[in-house]
Ligand binder design. Structure first.
Ligand code: ADP
Ligand code: MG
Length: 398
């Protein structure tokens, strides 16, 4: 797959429709976290600097029945204006006469934000007629919302096929990170897959066997694999009904020459509680009345050794119940090792997933990773090998 970027587009004097994600948290009418706005700002400012007229499109929340004041994008205008340091105008509809007039009267150098695309049923249905109404407002389309790329919605998918289209800088960054870590990684490439359950990461695990050289399996899901190998896992979170599946995955990996790295020792406790009394045990020696809440020190050392010759790391899922200290220990230690190797220029490291990002931030390692994806669902679907409609629509090779 290939896609055009802002470098390939003529933006001067053009009405540039930019699909962004302005779903920021709002409390009492005030934006409390501007991260998402900060991240779209490079694209919007670059469009302005190249003489383009930015017209921003976004959804906000999940309205079910048309207009809903609490989900109007208008509430984002002051914060967006502050982040961009530009005047931001607002149109109370994203299509039709209201939008048309707002576009036509937009002073050069200013930015226009249109009302929530999801106030129209056509958005979620990827309706071509609705997409045409949107397309009528612009000369060029820039998609800068990887986080919604897994949804076949009109302003994400259909619209891209109706106008000359390209990826914005944020989208481009995300696509590059995912291509370089998963589709065309420098080898050897190692994946860390952790988290609570095998069932939620089954498709992902199966998809990784082909492209990965090594997969570290950690967190609650490792317990299912330990049980599948005949080990006692006591009260641990474990999907006993998936033991066959776990054995299948191990066999598939072996046939594909993909090394699976499981915990060799574990940290067990009787309670799922902060600072619960805990002990390190061998991975095949979890007492019946305890549960595994983290990987042990030998597992950490083993993983760090496996990392030594690696060139690329892709990470989804913590290695333990990181929210309750000290069961963040293994996750932190491996994260800091990956961070150090990244800083030394030895590896490219990419991580994504809601809890993963929280865990890596908590450990202090996140800032040193090559790329941290905040896309959540879209990141996971890409790792699962699914085609993302919002990315496919930008494909320039067809
Ligand atoms: P992400 O959101 O990054 O995709 P997941 O939601 O799959 O990650 O997994 C994160 C959850 O897994 C965390 O809530 C963490 O507490 C839990 N977890 C990890 N290891 C264990 C364990 N040994 N026992 C119980 N829960 C665990
Ligand atoms: Mg999660």
């Amino acid at each position: 797959m290939a896609w055009k970027t802002l470098d390939d587009m003529d933006l001067d004097g053009k009405n540039v429709l930019i699909r962004v994600d302005v779903n920021v948290p709002v409390e009492n009418g005030k934006v409390t976290d501007t991260t998402r706005l900060d991240r779209i700002s490079p694209t919007v400012l670059e469009v302005l600097s190249k003489g383009g007229r930015p017209i921003l499109l976004s959804h906000f929340g999940r309205p079910t029945r048309g207009f809903d004041l609490s989900m109007s994008t208008q509430q984002v205008v002051p914060a967006l204006s502050q982040v961009l340091n530009r005047r931001v105008h607002f149109a109370s509809s994203c299509i039709g006469q209201t939008a048309r007039e707002a576009v036509d009267t937009l002073p050069d150098g200013d930015v226009l934000l249109l009302e929530n695309t999801r106030f129209h049923a056509g958005e979620k249905n990827n309706d071509r007629g609705f997409a045409k109404d949107l397309a009528a407002l612009g000369d060029v389309f820039v998609s800068d919302t990887f986080s919604t790329a897994h949804r076949a919605h009109a302003s994400v998918a259909a619209l891209a096929t109706l106008l000359p289209s390209c990826a914005g800088r944020l989208m481009e960054e995300e696509l590059k990170a995912l291509t370089n870590s998963l589709s065309e990684p420098e080898r050897p490439v190692l994946a860390v897959v952790g988290g609570a359950k095998v069932s939620s990461k089954l498709v992902l695990l199966k998809n990784l066997i082909g492209p990965m050289d090594k997969i570290v399996i950690g967190g609650g899901m490792a317990n299912t694999f330990l049980a599948a190998q005949g080990h006692q896992v006591g009260q641990s979170l474990c999907e006993h009904d998936l033991q066959d599946t776990a054995r299948e995955i191990l066999a598939e990996a072996e046939a594909a020459n993909c090394e699976i790295i499981l915990p060799v020792d574990v940290v067990v406790a009787r309670e799922f509680k902060e600072f619960a009394e805990n002990k390190v045990r061998a991975a095949d020696d979890c007492p019946r009345d305890t549960m595994i809440l983290d990987a042990g020190p030998d597992s950490v050392e083993n993983i760090c050794n496996k990392l030594e010759d690696v060139k690329t790391v892709i990470w989804n899922g913590p290695l333990g119940a990181f929210e309750i200290p000290p069961f963040n220990t293994a996750t932190d230690a491996v994260a800091l090792k990956v961070a150090e190797m990244t800083e030394d220029g030895q590896i490219l490291s990419v991580a994504g997933g809601g809890d993963t990002v929280a865990a890596l931030k908590k450990s202090g390692a996140a800032e040193s990773f090559s790329y941290i994806s905040t896309a959540g669902g879209a990141f996971l679907e890409w790792m699962e090998g699914k085609t993302l409609p919002g990315v496919a629509a930008l494909d320039d090779t067809k």
